[in-house]
Structures are given as C-alpha cells and as structure tokens.
Design a protein around this ligand. Structure first.
Ligand SMILES: [Zn+2]
Ligand SMILES: [Zn+2]
Length: 263
C-alpha cells in the first residue's frame, strides 16, 4: 500500500489488489476506488501528500468490477465527489451487485488459474453508488486541463480508458491489459476479440506513460510497447488487422502509422 508521484500531477495509489490514480489540479480527481473498504486507506494516502477529503471533487470509474468501484459509495458520501462512468455498467454500480461474465475468456492457463483462485468466487456485492455523470467514447472532461475518455469494451462492456495529455502524455489503461508479469493481456475477458480491438485502438494514441488497474505503471516508451504487443497479433481470434492502423515492419523495428481518423 503506497502512493507515488508518476508525473507532475499524477499519483499512483497501490491499494494491494488493484491500483487507483490521482490527478492533482488543485482539486483532486480519483480514477477508481479499489475494492470495498478501501476508503480509509485512500484517505490516509491522500493525507500523506497533505490533502484532505474535501479536496476530492471527482471520481472516474473505469468499470464496475468490485476491485475498482468497491469504495466509490463511501468516498462519495465522505467527500461529496461526483462520480463518472460509462452508461453500460451504471446499473450494476447503482444496484450494488456486479455479475461475473457467463463465459470468461482466458489467454492462457496462468490467467485461468488466477481467475479460479481469486476472482470466480469473490463476492460481486458493493455498496450501491449513484452515478452523477455518464461518460461516452471521445468525451473530454474538464479535469487537469482536459482528459479524454476512450470506450474500450472487451474485459467488460462499459470499460473506459482515459488519455491525459500533458508534459508527459499518460494513458490510464484500466483492465484492458495489465502489467503484472510484464505488459500482457488482462486476467479475463468477457469478449476477447472486442478486447483486442480496444487494445489496438489504445495503441494508436500517443503516450509515454501507461497506468494499469493491476501492475506497476510503465514510466516511458509505453505507447511503443503497446504497439509491439497488441497491434496485428491475432493468435486467438483469427480476426483481420484493425483497418485504421498499419504495422510497418522495418529493420527489426515496428512502426505504427497514424490512424486515418483522429480519435
Ligand atoms: Zn476488471
Ligand atoms: Zn481489476
């Protein structure tokens, strides 16, 4: 459990089972809230950088899974922060119960085992939390000079990543992938081909730093790592490469052309 500054105004909060992130633009914005009962820990970490509950104004939820939305209700009650998320998963957070996928997809045996050991039988219940603002793909939110929501379904249908340009461009990748054993696929997907398309979409953004729901942030060269790892690799789905991005293999280096349509 720790907090560390990863760019001028972004902090990574390691909450044990998952990460949350803090954007400091005088007011504070929290991205994700950890599992249920993380509120005390999050407020302690804020206090360690000299900030109090009243400073927290916004909570962005990347998706409904309890390890991310679990403490949203308590934090909102204590701080009065407004909660933002995508419409597709709002009903579960508001109902206080997040169902597991009927047929989760795993990219390998290790992920299948992790799911069986830690996720399959974990409770889906959280304290119900009312959502204040619905966020759609491409929306720019007036936080920290502007942060863009990117709809990235696949791991879950309403998942949002966030692109945050600044002195260093930061991508908050949520659970589209993780960095637990190096950059790799997430533990499970509801819909893997859709998840792959979401990763290709993220790889078209220009970012240096990447932040994950699980695993340490990548501090430099993250966009190039996403391109190498996730573009044009369809071992599992057999789908065709994403039409908007082209992989150009040169002298051992992969380069990705700009997408035809600016996202
Ligand atoms: Zn998740
Ligand atoms: Zn997660």
């Amino acid at each position: 459990m720790s907090i560390r500054r990863i760019t001028g105004n972004v902090y990574e909060l390691n909450l044990g089972k998952s990460n949350a992130f803090l954007i400091d633009d005088e007011k504070l914005t929290l991205i994700d809230t950890g599992e249920p009962d993380s509120t005390g820990l999050i407020l302690e970490l804020l206090q360690s950088i000299g900030r109090g509950p009243d400073d927290l104004k916004n909570i962005l939820l990347t998706h409904s899974h309890p390890d991310h939305s679990g403490s949203a209700a308590d934090l909102k009650a204590i701080t009065g922060a407004k909660v933002y998320m995508h419409a597709a998963e709002k009903k579960w957070v508001e109902a206080g119960y997040v169902p597991k996928p009927e047929q989760p997809y795993f990219t390998g045996m290790v992920n299948r085992l992790i799911y069986r050991m830690f996720i399959r039988d974990a409770p889906g219940s959280i304290t119900p939390c009312r959502i204040d603002h619905l966020v759609e793909d491409g929306d720019w939110l007036p936080i920290g000079g502007g942060i863009q929501a990117v709809h990235v379904p696949g791991h879950s249908k309403g998942q949002l990543a966030f692109f945050f340009p600044g002195a260093k461009n930061v991508l908050f990748a949520a659970d589209t992938c993780d960095n637990l054993f190096g950059l790799g696929y997430s533990t499970f997907y509801e819909d893997f081909p859709t998840g792959e398309r979401s990763l290709e979409k993220l790889a078209t953004f220009d970012f240096d730093v990447a932040c994950f729901g699980h695993g340490k942030s990548i501090m430099r060269g993250a966009g190039a790592k996403f391109s190498r790892k996730f573009i044009g690799h369809h071992h599992h789905s057999g789908a065709h490469p994403h039409p908007k991005a082209t992989v150009v293999a040169g002298d051992g280096q992969e380069k990705v052309s700009a997408p035809e349509t600016k996202i």
